[in-house]
Design a protein around this ligand. Structure first.
Ligand code: AQP
Length: 336
């Protein structure tokens, strides 16, 4: 059985980008039944930028509940909070000693985020990809389903694992990214040159998984487009980035390809297309929202899933960590 691992930061409320780029595919891989799945709420990662403690707690539980509402809680699955498994941070320290400053400085996410937040760039923001490598390698993951924005971090993870294996012998499995064809990179509805992000200060830039139908429709209607007025995907023209983004979202939500969409909206304007796109998103999110509502009233069940999962995660991650410590030359701990 192959192993899958992925997580989402608790740095904001989950967006349609998180869903189409990641969680939707986790669910499909999980339903496939051929994988041992580990999914976590990346609370340790989210403090790379300052968080309000009460909001962080609330969002962490919200994300956990959304995972379960998306159907991830069944069968051979572990769904846990990253901070409940100290092995992530321990392995993160070790891997940081096998990762070079130059490699980390090339990470575009660090450049983007530090550019927005020059006054408060923490070393945690810089070393974020090292902790991400530890998340993945601790479970010997074969496959990591992520959006396209995480590809570079995954390449770094592979480089560090290959380096470590080269020094100490086969310790880590080398993971492969799993990036969806549609929805791999959903852009902001207000600035389609930037990806849709849950920490965007402009709430019209994103659609939240828990947004109400009328809010979703309003945000789609306000989404920036262009004056061409033709619903046709046109990757060559940067001025068409807004409509391209809406077409990608509609495609990921309905499963229709770009050609079918162009045909469906031939001779119709952006107004009709936006109405259909808004309805498609509302339809995709409705079952998730309904199940979320139900599970929010069953806190005991949610608690039982993440508690049991964290035990399983600690056991699995500890096996890797013990092997790593032994190979490095640390004295084994005596258990009394
Ligand atoms: N816009 C996006 N399109 C496609 N996939 C996306 N993902 C995030 N945004 C998009 C995917 O969601 C997963 C979880 O992401 P994350 O929260 O761990 O980190 P992130 O990529 O930094 O996401 P955000 O929403 O942009 O968070 P903030 O605003 O805190 O930085 C990943 O698989 C990611 O690819």
């Amino acid at each position: 059985m192959q192993t899958i691992l992925s997580g989402v930061q608790a740095s904001g409320h989950l967006t349609l980008g998180n869903y189409l780029g990641a969680i939707k595919n986790w669910r499909e891989l999980h339903k496939d039944g051929r994988y041992r799945c580990w999914f976590f709420v990346a609370d340790l990662h989210s403090i790379t930028v300052r968080q309000n403690p009460a909001e962080l707690r609330e969002r962490s539980i919200e994300i956990m509940t959304l995972y379960l509402a998306a159907g991830l809680g069944q069968g051979e699955n572990s769904i846990f909070f990253q901070s409940h498994v100290p092995q992530h941070a321990e392995l993160g320290w070790v891997l940081g000693c096998y990762c070079n400053l130059g490699e980390l400085s090339r990470m575009t996410q660090f450049k983007d985020k530090s550019g927005k937040n020059e006054a408060g760039i923490t070393s945690g923001l810089f070393t974020y990809p090292v902790l991400m490598a530890a998340d993945i390698l601790a479970y010997q993951a074969d496959l990591v389903p992520v959006g396209a924005d995480q590809k570079q971090h995954l390449e770094l993870c592979r480089d560090v694992a290959v380096r470590f294996n080269g020094i100490y012998g086969e310790t880590f499995k080398i993971p492969e990214p799993f990036i969806p064809k549609e929805g791999a990179r959903i852009m902001s509805l207000q600035d389609p040159s930037m990806k849709m992000s849950k920490s965007d200060p402009n709430s019209n830039g994103y659609i939240l998984l828990l947004d109400k139908p009328d809010t979703i429709m309003k945000k789609i209607k306000r989404a920036v487009t262009d004056s061409v007025g033709e619903v046709r995907f046109d990757a060559e023209n940067p001025e068409r980035a807004g409509i391209n983004n809406l077409i990608s979202i509609y495609s990921a939500a309905t499963g229709k390809d770009f050609e079918q969409i162009a045909h469906e909206f031939e001779g119709k304007g952006y107004g009709a297309f936006k109405q259909a796109a808004g309805e498609a998103i509302i339809d995709v999110l409705a079952p998730l929202q309904e199940e979320y509502g139900r599970l929010s009233n069953d806190k005991e069940y949610v608690r039982s899933v993440y508690t049991k999962s964290a035990e399983q995660a600690r056991e699995a991650a500890q096996k890797t960590l013990a092997d790593v410590y032994e190979r490095i030359g640390f004295i084994p701990k005596e258990e009394r």
